[in-house]
Design a protein around this ligand. Structure first.
Ligand SMILES: NC(=O)c1ccc[n+]([C@@H]2O[C@H](COP(=O)([O-])OP(=O)(O)OC[C@H]3O[C@@H](n4cnc5c(N)ncnc54)[C@H](OP(=O)(O)O)[C@@H]3O)[C@@H](O)[C@H]2O)c1
Length: 334
């Protein structure tokens, strides 16, 4: 595995003249990604719908823009990154009333790191191309702690020349930026990736519930599984959450559900049945019904435990808490 760590700092880049880049979406992932750019000496102009978040980044040296349109004016033909919830948010930032496309000149480049449907990416790309603006999809594999360590991977979709323009900047934020094909191919790869990461996490919770039923010690089981054939990156990363039954959000259950719906939609479009994925999505739905939407998606463990308590059938839950349910995650309401 390639070494990761701190981004190259400004002094390491002495002599390079860095054009400013734009960054829209300073949420859980966007803020640390933008911070890595700033810390590596790249001038950043940031926009967030919630102004305080852009101001928070401004304190580490970035400039901020009041609207995506103002951001486009500052960046001109430069690169603008998006790290937004979903396709609807991207639509609003690019094409809304104060959107980026209202002021961006031909020659600009939008790099969309948000997880969206490949079809949405192709649509955004076509609409921007009409204005002479380029588009690359660059969704991210890895979560908040991995961004901080510079350990994420980007899956890229776009024309070779634009992908080449994008990679040096992405490599300041993560470990690898891998071209996967034309526009949409990055998003397609991300859907395949998330089918696995969410699916494996869901299956891990069933394995642990069975371990409970077989009177095994949960901590000991996780420890020994990580030494054997049951090992997975997700069990390793989420094991501490399963033990503590605390789910401080890195990737929320609501986003996991959004992604599984994108996976199911793409699979239906292409005629690929995904039965196990459907089961994982049902579990995610149950975790949301138990009030875990804004918790980390590893809170699907609570849905699995609730199934075990009810002997296999999930009771209908309308409130945010169930008797004997989860310990508080500590996530602030959003
Ligand atoms: N969290 C992860 O581990 C992870 C990992 C890989 C990929 N992803 C993907 O990365 C993307 C961002 O995830 P996140 O965890 O950073 O989410 P998040 O913390 O909820 O941040 C979402 C960002 O989108 C902005 N936004 C939402 N709707 C908007 C709208 N209509 N107009 C303008 N801005 C809008 C939010 O603005 P406000 O600040 O105003 O709310 C915020 O900046 C998602 O597509 C997610 O699936 C997440």
């Amino acid at each position: 595995m390639q070494e990761t760590g701190n981004p190259p700092n400004a002094s390491a880049l002495a002599g390079e003249i860095q054009p400013a880049v734009g960054f829209s979406g300073l949420g859980r992932m966007g803020l640390p990604l933008a911070q890595r750019l700033v810390e590596s000496g790249v001038p950043v102009v940031a926009y967030d719908r919630t102004r305080g978040k852009a101001e928070a980044l401004a304190s580490s040296g970035a400039r901020w823009a009041a609207t995506p349109r103002d951001l486009a004016k500052s960046i001109g033909k430069g690169v603008t990154f998006l790290m937004l919830t979903d396709g609807k948010a991207v639509q609003s930032v690019l094409f809304g009333r104060s959107g980026y496309a209202r002021a961006a000149p031909p020659g600009g480049l939008v790099v969309n790191m948000s997880t969206v449907d490949p079809e949405e990416s192709r649509d955004f790309s076509a609409r921007l191309r009409d204005r002479g603006i380029h588009y690359v999809d660059a969704p991210v594999s890895g979560s908040v702690d991995q961004v901080v360590r510079g350990d994420v991977v980007f899956f890229l979709g776009g024309e070779e020349s634009e992908v080449a323009r994008t990679r040096p900047l992405l490599e300041r934020m993560g470990r690898k930026a891998e071209p996967m094909g034309p526009v949409g191919a990055g998003n397609a790869t991300k859907l395949v990736n998330n089918l696995l990461t969410i699916g494996i996490t869901a299956l891990s919770t069933e394995a642990l519930a069975l371990a409970d039923g077989l009177h095994l010690d949960r901590a000991h089981v996780i420890e020994v599984l990580l030494e054997g054939g049951g090992r997975s990156a997700m069990l390793e990363r989420k094991g501490p959450n399963f033990l503590a039954r605390k789910y401080l959000a890195q990737f929320t259950t609501a986003l996991a559900r959004k992604d599984l719906k994108l996976v199911e939609k793409a699979a239906a479009r292409e005629g690929r049945p995904l039965k196990m994925t459907r089961e994982a999505r049902k579990l995610v739905d149950e975790a949301m019904a138990l009030g875990h939407s804004e918790d980390d998606f590893s809170s699907v463990f609570e849905a699995t435990l609730a199934r075990s308590r009810s002997g296999g059938s999930m009771p209908t839950v309308t409130g945010s808490a169930v008797p004997g349910g989860p310990t508080p995650s500590g996530n602030p309401p959003r």
